[in-house]
Design a protein around this ligand. Structure first.
Ligand code: MSP
Length: 674
């Protein structure tokens, strides 16, 4: 149910580097969502901003002889400039160093503290200064001391009782199956909840770059648990007014379950409050924070959680992860210089459905530009308008034979419905494909009816007039539908059609209107210039970036660092894992543990006990006799007091169904798997 408001956010970016094509993609996605919602007549707010209290920023600032704040002050304009270049319409830029944010963070967490969801403890471990998190023990590389961004820290810390919210989180995600899209990310989150949630550390004492805890100012907040609150700061949420409505344990204005609370229920809130957010957009690196930690924080505080999370994929460059050290990070300015801003926006949204990874290279960018924008759309408009000037004095002809272009009209109306639905559901690539279906049908209609012949065959004037009439209505519709993605070009086409105002001022009711007969068009100027000469430049840029990657990879030490950075392992690493075929001898349930089975297996040399989390997928009686793949050299671990001597390999699909890995042919226990 819409209340006429729409609130979308990007992640609050670390401002240690200027924006690149990846951060630009997220921001463009949110801009398209906003422009579309404004088109639907909603009041749309986009919040983006800077996450400044990261350890990495403090370190970089120190190296540069600046305060972290000065350092951020210098980088932030690069973000603002880039968003201007990319035509990001209206947005709020929130800084986590802002005093308004500090106040909100302290009040928010004080409430959670007062409710008893925070306790004091101690934390030791390897801290990653760029990712701003402690590594899990199994993530620590072999020589962590030599890793430039790892620091061993022991800190007194405060903890948030995340575990206390596990049941609620599970319900949140199961009751709202579309809260996290796509499904694969939702299932990942559910699996993590099922796997058990540990309490999380929310404060640090080893740095003073951050927001002090209101109840203990020796500590500053761990960067993530305050950065997330930017979404509340930027929404116009009035925390003081909200806290006044708190009656005992709960705010008197929130409904149960909490996720059904709407903005209009929050009577304490001012007119300009936009919380709860309609959409948080991010890549697949950070749904854990957004889909688990953030809703749990809000639950503990007593405010409603966000309504939807779109978790998109990563952009790579020519199949390689983009990274500063590889020198293959794509600068949006280079891309825009080559094909223009609209084409960059179009490419990013058209090339992949929002959940998937994308592969960027300049050649692909130029070829999309040429085929979809210059050839298909540019040609359709240019040919139609130029021919009309030659044959109908540049005016919209009467539609005397509506049946002639009826297929085009039918497709136009269907396209409107499809695109509105696709864009509402954030399926931008699919929506664009539908729009381009209409573009192509327009061009085919021109080929089919050859309207230029009317010059020599005046008897066709009435029929050709109707073809032009249909083409113009389609072009107008294409402008309105494609506008959120290519606002600059769509506006120029709108002008060519001689239509009043700008597309920014249009609402969806315009989709039901037509350009009237007799309306005068402007002359057609090419909107997508020919860029044949740029293809070579594009290929060169690809090669240069590709070369940088391979040179970088030649250096052994660099390779080692990158491998550990990117989670890649060498073949030597792999051979350390001893995989063997084992046969199950017996299996039984573990008491008071729904997920665990205790298995007796034979690994070819001896019997072992394995405790495996497969009870929800396999009945104990189905397992004896099965041959499975065992990780044989894993250190024994205790689960529910039972020793487990190894691990069995299994795969889990997107629906959460687990399947044990079995050898394809019958093979003896003990056989080595490589
Ligand atoms: N500061 C945190 C977010 C805090 S939100 C409360 C952070 N910042 S970040 O600068 O590292 O931004 C990460 C986000 O940038 C990703 O989730 C994604 O939106 C975007 N991307 C960064 N690299 C990207 C690609 N290569 N491809 C696609 N998106 C990319 O995490």
């Amino acid at each position: 149910m819409s209340d006429g408001k729409f609130y979308v956010t990007t992640p609050i970016y670390y401002v240690n580097f200027k924006p690149h094509i990846g951060t630009s993609y997220t921001t463009i996605l949110t801009d398209v969502a906003c422009r579309f919602r404004r088109f639907l007549g909603e009041d749309a707010v986009l919040v983006t901003g800077s996450d400044e209290h990261s350890q990495n920023i403090a370190d970089l600032a120190e190296q540069a002889g600046k305060t972290p704040k000065q350092y951020c002050d210098e980088i932030i304009p690069k973000f603002l400039d880039c968003w201007k270049l990319l035509d990001i319409q209206d947005y709020r830029f929130e800084r986590t160093s802002d005093s308004k944010h500090h106040r909100l963070v302290q009040k928010f967490w004080q409430r959670i503290f007062d409710r008893g969801d925070v306790y004091r403890g101690e934390y030791s471990g390897w801290y990653h200064t760029s990712d701003n998190r402690y590594l899990d023990p199994d993530e620590v590389p072999e020589n962590p001391e030599s890793h430039p961004r790892l620091k061993y820290l022991t800190e007194e810390s405060y903890y948030f009782k995340l575990s206390a919210h596990a049941e609620w989180l599970k319900e949140l995600h199961t009751q709202n199956p579309e809260l996290v899209i796509p499904d694969i990310r939702r299932n990942e989150m559910l699996a993590r909840i099922e796997g058990g949630l540990q309490d999380i550390c929310i404060s640090r004492t080893s740095t003073d770059w951050g927001i002090p805890l209101p109840w203990d100012d020796k500590h500053v907040f761990y960067v993530w648990v305050e950065a997330l609150l930017t979404y509340l700061t930027g929404s116009g949420f009035d925390i003081d007014a909200f806290l006044k409505t708190i009656d005992g344990d709960r705010s008197s204005e929130v409904k149960e379950p909490l996720w059904t609370t709407e903005r209009s229920d929050l009577i304490s809130q001012p007119e300009d409050n936009f919380w709860p957010a309609d959409l948080h957009v991010m890549a697949k690196d950070i749904p854990w924070f957004h889909a688990i930690i953030w809703p749990a924080m809000l639950h503990s505080f007593g405010a409603p959680p966000p309504k939807k999370l779109l978790v998109h994929g990563y952009w790579q460059f020519d199949g390689e992860k983009m990274s500063k050290s590889l020198g293959n990070v794509v600068d949006p300015y280079d891309a825009a210089e080559l094909v223009g801003v609209d084409a960059v926006r179009y490419f990013l949204l058209r090339e992949v459905s929002a959940g998937r990874d994308g592969n960027f290279n300049y050649e692909a960018l130029v070829s999309r530009y040429k085929s979809d924008l210059a050839n298909d759309l540019g040609n359709l408009v240019h040919r139609t308008v130029s021919m009309l000037h030659q044959t109908f004095e540049g005016q919209v002809p009467p539609n005397e034979q509506p049946d002639v272009a009826s297929e085009l009209e039918k497709t136009r109306l269907e396209t409107i419905e499809r695109v509105l639905e696709d864009f509402r559901c954030l399926r931008y690539s699919e929506g664009l494909q539908a729009i381009w279906g209409l573009v192509r049908l327009g061009n085919q209609t021109i080929e089919q009816f050859k309207p230029w012949e009317v010059k020599k065959k005046p008897e066709r004037r009435s029929e050709v007039g109707s073809v032009f009439y249909g083409l113009l209505q389609s072009i107008r519709t294409i402008c309105l539908l494609a506008y959120p993605v290519i606002p600059g070009a769509a506006n120029r086409f709108w002008k060519t059609l001689g239509l009043a105002g700008t597309l920014e001022e249009q609402r969806d009711s315009a989709l039901r209107e037509e350009i009237p007969t007799g309306h005068a068009l402007n002359k057609s100027e090419p909107v997508f210039e020919r860029i044949d000469d740029k293809l070579e430049a594009a290929k060169k840029q690809d090669q240069t970036k590709g070369q940088k990657v391979s040179e970088e990879k030649k250096g052994d030490s660099a390779q080692a660092t990158e491998a550990s950075n990117e989670g890649l392992i060498t073949i030597d690493d792999f051979t350390k894992i001893e995989l063997r075929i084992a046969e199950v001898l017996a299996a039984e349930k573990v008491e008071n543990a729904d997920r665990l089975l205790k298995l007796r297996i034979h690994d070819g040399e001896r019997e072992r006990q394995i405790v495996a989390g497969i009870a929800q997928h396999y009945a104990p009686e189905d397992l004896p006799g099965k041959k499975l793949v065992l990780v044989a050299n894993l250190k024994p671990a205790k689960l529910r007091g039972l020793v487990s001597e190894g691990m069995l390999l299994a795969g889990t699909d997107a629906d959460g169904r687990l399947s044990l890995v079995t050898p394809e042919r019958d093979i003896s226990p003990g056989a080595r798997v490589k």
